[in-house]
Every structure is written in C-alpha cells, then in structure tokens.
Ligand binder design. Structure first.
Ligand code: ACO
Length: 323
C-alpha cells in the first residue's frame, strides 16, 4: 500500500504530424504488411517543431485543468524522459518555469518503465514529504534518437507526452507498487550520448548516436516480466482482482501473448499501439488518457498498469479509478 492518493486528472499531447506505414515504405525497405503483422503499428506521431519539454509543459497544463487543481497547490513534479532537450535543468524544472509552479521538481530516467517508476516514486514521496498534490509527466521525442535508415528500429517508435495529477484522498487508490530490474549484460537496449571533444580529450569518431536494440532479446525479456509482474499484482490484490490492464505499448504481439498467458479477454486490455507506436515512457499515460476519454476506463474500475524497458527495468501498480 502507498500513500492515500487518487488520480485526479490525466492528459495527452501528441505531435501534429502523422507518419503512416506507407510513409515508412519510402524511407526504408519495409512494408505496411510487415509492420502491421509483426507489431500492430499502423501510424505514429513524429515531432516537427514540437519539443519534448514543451509537450511536457502542455500535458501538465491540461492535466491540471482536467483535475481542477490550481498550479499553486502542486508540491511535486516528476518528469520521465530519455529525450529531454535539456541536460540541466530537468524537464520537470522546465515545466515548473513555463507554468509558474514553485514545487520540488526532478526527472527520472528508466526507459519505457519511466512512467511507472515515476508514479510509484511520486506517490511514496507525497507520503514522505507530506505533499497534497503531485504531477507525473512523461514526454518523449524518440524520433530524434532513431536511426531512420534502420528498418529494424525506426518503424517501432513514435513521439508524444502524457501526464497525471495525483491528489491526496481519504481512501487509497494506488496499490501494490512493483519496481524491478535485471542487469542488461548483453546490451540489448541502449542509446549513447554523443561524444564531445574538450581541450583535454580528443574524440576521433564524432557521430550521431541512436537507439540500439536486439529486438528478439527484448521481446523474450518483455513477455517474461510482464506476465510475472501481472501475476504478482493479481496475487497482491487477493479477493479484489484488477479487471482491466493497461500495458506498455511496444509490440501488440507482446500484449497478445500476455493476455493469453493471463487467461484474460482481449477487451480487458487497452491497446492503442496501432495509432501511436511505442512512445517509450509516454505510452502508458497516453493510453490512460485514451482509455478514459473513450469511456473504456470507468469509475470503479480496478486497473493494473505494467511497463518494461531499457535497464532492463519493469514495474507495475494497481489503481482504483475514481474519475
Ligand atoms: N520491415 C521489413 N523487414 C524487417 C523489418 C521491417 N521494418 N525489421 C526487420 N525485418 C526483417 C529482418 O531483417 C529479418 O529478416 P531476415 O530474416 O532476412 O534477417 C526478418 O524481418 C525477421 O526479423 P526479426 O527480428 O526476427 O523479426 P521479429 O518478428 O522478431 O520482429 C521486432 C522484430 C518487431 C523488433 C520484435 O522482435 C519486437 O517487437 N521486439 C521487442 C521490441 C520491444 O519491446 N521494444 C521495446 C523496448 S523498450 C522501449 O520501449 C524503448
């Protein structure tokens, strides 16, 4: 059990530009059929003028509006990103500046598990620091770190942001935080920062750096941990099991596999990868927003969130939905 908090508002912000699988066919040797069959992805949003930090600020603004929470009441902002334009300050600090919020702010980098890690961290910090209201925002422009000549990775990702507002409540609505990690001994998923020469260290190979992924290995890791986290959460729920799940959206095949293993019905799982592809840590809040706005997520639902990603990392949490 963590602090007695509820989700008071949720938002999403996605770039205007829609890139279809047919658009991808013009960039690399791929096909709409291959991408759709192997991943479930049909389109993705890609930034043009939008930035990671601006999408984050807009997402927080909209989530606060939805929640009816005033900026002065926010005591904590945690940003989740691996693609901020700023080395320092944090994306969360930038959001603070843009929206004029005086609060504790920091970022967390945990790949695609970032939103879950940030949500669980925010809820426990609200307890520790006695904070009444917090915001968790995940924003990613993965397209900036994607090798658009590598068909094995470039078709998989998209850009976007999502945020949730957490508010103290009389009853606890966030339960059973799970955060786990496994050493990535074989470097199955990473992206390096670009090297920079200084007067004291020469760099012979200055080149752009991109996401590297051993897809099959990540797939194997993902299906294993998603199933194990969901089973753990189910066990912890006892006689009040969750009735719906919102998983990280990396490949629809991973999701299908887990639904089968968990003996769940397809309708119990929210899937929007077809529209947005994998937006890294932003996928879960974007999915939460769509699930809520489309009426799939209803007041009284008990949902399990589950994410996995670079690190290797994975995590989950159970939420009683109250809005
Ligand atoms: N278009 C056409 N052909 C392709 C493409 C493409 N876009 N990509 C790969 N291929 C080819 C390969 O070259 C290979 O050809 P070959 O047999 O001639 O060598 C063939 O398709 C099969 O390749 P596989 O890698 O075996 O394809 P697979 O069915 O395993 O799918 C995929 C690859 C989609 C990457 C899958 O492994 C996957 O989804 N892995 C998990 C990815 C993931 O979860 N990432 C999230 C990481 S965490 C985060 O979110 C950042």
């Amino acid at each position: 059990m963590i602090a007695s908090v509820e989700i008071a508002g949720v938002s999403k912000v996605t770039p205007r530009r829609i890139v279809t699988n047919s658009d991808m066919e013009k960039l690399v040797d791929t096909s709409d059929e291959w991408i759709t069959k192997r991943t479930g992805i049909r389109t993705r949003r890609v930034v043009d003028k939008e930035t990671t930090v601006d999408m984050a600020a807009e997402a927080v603004k909209q989530a606060l509006k939805k929640a009816g929470v005033k900026r002065k009441d926010v005591g904590l902002i945690i940003g989740s990103t691996i693609t901020s334009e700023y080395v320092t300050p944090s994306m969360a600090d930038y959001v603070k500046k843009v929206l004029g919020i005086d609060a504790v702010a920091m970022d967390l980098s945990a790949g695609c598990s970032g939103f879950i890690y940030a949500l669980n961290t925010a809820a426990s910090l609200m307890d520790t620091l006695d904070i009444g209201c917090a915001v968790v925002v995940a924003s990613e422009a993965i397209s900036k770190y994607t090798d658009w000549t590598d068909r094995r990775t470039c078709v998989l990702f998209g850009d976007g942001a999502g945020a949730v507002v957490l508010r103290r409540s009389d009853t606890a609505c966030l339960h059973y935080p799970v955060m786990e990690g496994t050493a990535d001994k074989d470097d199955v998923l990473y992206a390096l920062r670009e090297k920079r020469p200084t007067p004291f260290s020469k760099v012979s190979d200055v080149k752009p750096e991109y996401i590297h992924m051993k897809g099959a290995d990540v797939f194997t890791y993902a299906v294993g941990v998603v199933e194990s986290v969901l089973k753990k959460l189910l066990q912890m729920c006892g006689d009040r099991p969750y009735n719906k799940i919102i998983p990280h959206q990396a490949n629809e095949k991973i999701i299908d596999y887990v639904i089968r293993k968990m003996d769940m019905r397809h309708e119990q799982c929210f899937i929007n990868i077809g529209e947005y592809a994998n937006t890294s840590s932003a996928t879960i809040p974007i999915a939460m927003y769509d699930a809520y706005e489309k009426g799939w997520l209803k007041k009284g639902d008990r949902i399990a969130l589950v994410g996995f990603g670079a690190g290797l990392s994975c995590g989950g949490v159970v939420i009683d939905w109250t809005i």
